[in-house]
Design a protein around this ligand. Structure first.
Ligand code: UDP
Length: 236
């Protein structure tokens, strides 16, 4: 079966329901705008399982997501959406591109979370934008941006607590949103939430438990993902 769409980490397939797609999680890993590539056995399985746990928990807390159901090790069913071309990034602690751009030491805690937007465009390198850019680029209206910011803050509060319960600090993360095919007036949380899209530091040791292990060649990448999954499963 041919996918309708293939991204860097997932493939999307049609189902018999025109408003529902099958999302397959791949073992491919990319970093630095796909300049660095690798394959990790079981990454798809772990990211699927972690996303499923997190989405179920977020739904229980009142956050609407595109999740429909679980199929198998690497596949979920999700509502068909049109993804807004915005990456919504929430930061609790300085790291990654924030530290690099702003010259702020990694690990510096913010007084309040930072919410920022990037324009999803690989050719442009996903540049940093604000609400005015989003409006003029047709990426999202002012109301849409306000809604995304508000949802992102709620997701952050829920996730901080969720990860804290399993001994992990949520440093930052990226989420995406989509308009439902069946009702484009509704915007829901879509895409994945996993160690590929979050920075997670072990509270006791400070160890990085996320894709920075791949970005920075720290080794034991899948061991860290497995540990995150194990802790979340034991706590659920
Ligand atoms: N992130 C992501 N996809 C991207 C860019 C960022 O999932 O295309 C996540 C990243 O894993 C981190 C957070 O968003 O948890 C903030 O990333 P940052 O802007 O610091 O960029 P990076 O250091 O990854 O280039």
């Amino acid at each position: 079966m041919q996918p309708l769409y293939e991204g860097k980490a997932k493939r999307l397939y049609a189902t018999e329901d025109p408003n529902v797609l099958r999302m397959e999680y791949k073992d491919d890993a990319t970093a630095f705008n796909a300049l660095k590539k690798a394959q990790f056995e079981n990454k798809g399985r772990m990211n699927k399982a972690i996303t499923l746990l997190i989405y179920k928990m977020l739904e229980a807390k009142g956050v609407t997501t595109h999740l429909v159901g679980d199929i198998d090790d690497i596949n979920l069913t999700v509502k068909k959406v049109s993804i807004l071309p915005l990456e919504v990034i929430v930061r609790n602690i300085a790291a990654g591109s924030f530290s690099k751009r702003m010259g702020v030491a990694e690990g510096t805690k913010f007084t309040k979370p930072i919410v920022e937007f990037s324009y999803k465009d690989d050719a442009l390198g996903d540049p940093f934008i604000n609400d005015d850019y989003a409006r003029e680029l047709g990426a999202g209206s002012e109301e849409d941006c306000e809604y995304l910011r508000q949802q992102a803050k709620i997701v952050n509060e829920v996730l901080i607590d969720f990860f804290k319960q399993v001994g992990l600090t949520l440093v930052d993360f990226k989420i995406e949103f989509g308009r439902l095919a069946e009702d484009p007036t509704k915007i829901v949380l879509a895409d994945e939430i996993s160690p590929d899209t979050c920075r997670l530091w072990d509270i006791e040791t400070g160890a990085k438990m996320d894709k920075d292990r791949f970005r920075q060649d720290l080794g034991n990448v899948m061991e860290a993902y497995e540990e995150v999954l194990k802790r979340l499963q034991e706590n659920s």
